[in-house]
Design a protein around this ligand. Structure first.
Ligand SMILES: Nc1nc2c(ncn2[C@@H]2O[C@H](COP(=O)(O)OP(=O)(O)OP(=O)(O)O)[C@@H](O)[C@H]2O)c(=O)[nH]1
Ligand SMILES: [Mg+2]
Ligand SMILES: [Zn+2]
Length: 299
């Protein structure tokens, strides 16, 4: 029997099948084959279930794509955030909590590497003064000039919610971002029949309280799915070759072949087309800094 994994809570998987929801465990072969991931099967996976001795996931249908990150910063293991994603929504907020562009760019670069179409959405714009809004607009302009859909919204504003509702309709959407940026709040607004738990922001730390604790794929009434995920502090990029990173920053990739050395990392090499573009303000400084930071973490 085939099924779609909607939720996984440690060793149990809630799987939607033609015979209703099934509470499944993982067959031994899948558990043993895949030790580099903390979760060999993830939300969004299509699986094959055997119901001979309880409901057991015995096989995984090949994935269209998936998003992956380091399980924890020091861990060698990786965590599959979700599989078979039409659209990744990187949800950020300028404050309460603050999302750095470094975080956004690590997720974006990983999405490029794993063929996950991504967009950048700054929520909570209602909290910003003019100067702060301008800074957010600057970031959004950079991302949209790179070809990403980039939006400033507020969950408090019905027009914003309508825009988002149109964007997610009939697709499988993955929401990711820090705790407290408003992922669950927005999903509730997009589909008012839902009642996901939401949390407040801690007064002391200006951060969310990790209200959502397990990733869950939720069918929405207008059509499609939204995958709500627990907020993450860091998005640890999985290991990749340093030279590969250039491919995942669109403005760097666009200059491919124009540096003097074809293995140029664009750090301090002579006749580097990226450094030249940076000098001429054709590349955003913050993006380049985030690129260098990623190279550092791959040391
Ligand atoms: N002012 C304002 N508050 C918002 C907005 N969106 C969400 N909030 C508030 O932010 C808080 C956190 O929202 P959640 O939806 O729980 O955040 P989350 O991203 O799901 O957090 P985790 O589940 O912990 O990862 C709640 O108090 C929301 O009411 C917004 O656009 N503006
Ligand atoms: Mg939540
Ligand atoms: Zn270069």
């Amino acid at each position: 029997m085939k099924g779609l994994v909607l939720k996984s809570t440690g060793s149990h998987y809630n799987v939607s099948t033609e015979r209703g929801m099934k509470d499944c465990t993982l067959g031994g072969r899948l558990r043993l084959e895949d030790l580099k991931h903390t979760n060999p099967v993830s939300v969004g996976d299509h699986v094959i279930i055997s119901d001979e001795e309880g409901d057991i996931i015995i096989d995984l249908v090949p994935r269209k794509n998936y998003l992956i990150r380091k399980a924890t910063n020091l861990s060698k293991q990786t965590h599959i955030v979700a599989a078979n994603i039409d659209q990744l929504i990187i949800l950020a907020s300028y404050k309460l909590p603050r999302t750095s562009t470094g975080f956004i760019d690590r997720v974006l670069a990983t999405a490029e590497a794993y063929n996950v179409p991504a967009m950048v959405v700054f929520n909570k714009t209602d909290l910003l003064d003019e100067e702060e809004l301008e800074e957010v607009m600057f970031y959004l302009n950079v991302y949209s000039s790179l070809g990403y859909t980039a939006l400033g919204i507020s969950a408090e504003n019905p027009e914003s919610v309508n825009v988002l509702r149109e964007l997610v309709k009939d697709k499988t959407n993955l929401f990711t971002g820090h705790s407290g940026v408003g992922k669950s709040t927005l999903i509730n607004k997009i589909d008012p029949t839902l009642n996901l738990r939401t949390g407040t922001i801690s007064d002391k730390f200006n951060k969310g309280k990790h209200t959502t604790t397990f990733a869950e794929m939720i069918p929405i009434s207008i059509g499609g799915f939204i995958i709500d995920t627990p907020g993450i502090k860091e998005f640890g990029m999985v290991r990749m070759d340093k030279h590969e990173v250039t491919h995942y920053f669109r403005e760097l990739f666009a200059l491919k072949g124009q540096c003097k050395f074809n293995n140029c990392l664009h750090v301090n090499e002579p006749d580097c087309a990226v450094l030249k573009a940076l000098d001429e303000n054709k590349i955003a400084n913050f993006r380049y800094k985030n690129y260098l930071n990623i190279l550092d973490t791959l040391e």
